[in-house]
Design a binder for this molecule. Structure first.
Ligand code: PLP
Length: 400
């Protein structure tokens, strides 16, 4: 093409670090600690093959047709039933099926954000969310959750919405404590600002029972017997980490008014999520596939988490600090030595055969040069150890 097509302005906003990091993921001979993928051998392939075959053979009218924009009725009802407990009452009108949790983020940007709209976001922030909202030119208000001095009401007041990942944030692996969850819910009630609870890692608790969701905590405010959920929390769920990301099945639980706006946005995006995937997901949920498969996945991930942290202790403790996460897929390490610039560590690491995610890509301002996200789910323990050794070599080269 001789002339550059007239791309929209936001496309020029990605930077070299993001491009290098995205391109490095698939390089041969590079150990990828920078990605965020599950371990493919944990997917229940035999069960899903059986259910896929059954879906087309026994339910062609569902699985090969367009689905309703809101999602397949039986799947919405099943999700509503699974989430209704205690004072939380979820009805079909509270549920929208999405094409992965990622689509929910995109749709939220579409319904809430205009140019220069404020978004209060847990900082650092999931890269995919920053990508989804970049075309809308928002202004971010970073929130450090779990901090004693968090003024949630000030952060939320006047923002179009607040974005959080309370269970094992991507990128930090941080688990938001119950006090902070309550504080956020109260701030959302007081300010009227919608509070997004993005929860793709909620099934990946390795060392203890799950904490209550903000959606559940908020339902305590609504009281019993007042109908379906109508509060400010917008909960995003996904089957990507507990079943298989290739299905691309996610869902939103929110007040019916918000679901209605999301439906309008989804209509102009993909008309409907894949009917075939929805049918397989419905049958997998009814068949107990997740309950049968997840315990072994958790064992694999727990072992890998411990292996990565042991390798960090052995090879990087001189230069970095971190906290061992109790779930999720990531360890966030922060440099103690100011000579370590983690954008430069990305290139130095690639020269030594290891890919990392530098902290700057998760920072709405792009200024973090001290942190690194490391993934532990996609490689076995011995490869994680080798990757960390290579990273230590890269660090020595950088500060020599
Ligand atoms: C915090 C967060 N939200 C949403 C997503 C999107 O997941 P999916 O679209 O596969 O459901 C991811 C994926 O890794 C994530 O880390």
């Amino acid at each position: 093409m001789s002339r550059r097509p007239p791309f929209a302005e936001w496309l020029s906003q990605t930077n070299d670090v993001t491009r290098t990091f995205l391109a490095a993921g698939g390089m041969a001979d590079v150990i990828n600690l920078g990605g965020g993928l599950p371990e493919p051998s944990t997917y229940p392939a035999a069960d899903l093959a059986r259910l896929a075959h059954q879906a087309v053979e026994e339910h062609p009218e569902d699985s090969l047709n367009y689905a309703p924009i809101e999602g397949m009725t039986a799947l919405r009802d099943l999700i509503a039933k699974r989430f209704s407990k205690g004072p939380l009452r979820v009805g079909r009108g509270n549920v929208l099926i999405t094409t992965g949790g990622m689509q929910a983020l995109d749709l939220l940007g579409k319904i809430f954000a205009d140019p220069d709209s404020a978004i209060a976001a847990q900082s650092p922030t999931y890269l995919g969310a920053l990508d989804a909202w970049r075309p809308r030119h928002p202004v971010y208000r970073p929130m450090r959750l779990n901090a004693n001095d968090l003024d949630a009401e000030a952060a939320l007041d006047g923002a179009r919405f607040a974005y959080t990942v309370p269970n094992f944030s991507n990128p930090t692996g941080e688990l938001v404590d119950v006090t902070t969850r309550r504080k956020l819910v109260e701030a959302a009630r007081a300010t009227g600002t919608p509070l997004v609870e993005d929860d793709p890692y909620g099934a990946l608790f390795y060392d203890g029972p799950p904490l209550p969701r903000m959606l559940e905590l908020d339902a305590e405010n609504e009281g019993e017997g007042e109908g379906d959920y109508d509060g400010p929390v917008i909960y995003l769920g996904s089957l990507s980490k507990e079943l298989a990301p290739g299905l691309r099945i996610g869902w939103v639980i929110a007040a019916p008014e918000v679901i209605g706006a999301l439906v309008l946005a989804k209509q102009g995006t993909d008309l409907a999520t894949s009917s075939l995937s929805q049918r397989i997901a419905l049958d997998a949920l009814e068949d107990g596939v997740i309950e049968r498969n997840l315990p072994a996945t958790l064992d694999t991930y727990r072992e890998r988490r411990s292996a990565l942290c042991a390798a960090l202790e052995a090879h990087l403790s001189e230069w970095f600090t971190w906290e061992e996460p109790v779930g999720g897929m990531f360890v966030w390490i922060t440099a103690k030595d100011p000579r370590i610039d983690t954008d430069r560590l990305l290139s130095a690491g690639l020269d030594c055969g290891v890919c990392i995610s530098p902290g700057s890509v998760f920072d709405p301002e792009g200024t973090d040069r001290r942190s690194v996200r490391l993934n532990f789910t996609a490689n076995p323990p011995e490869v994680l150890e080798k990757g960390v050794e290579r990273l230590a070599r890269a660090v020595r080269g950088l500060i020599a």
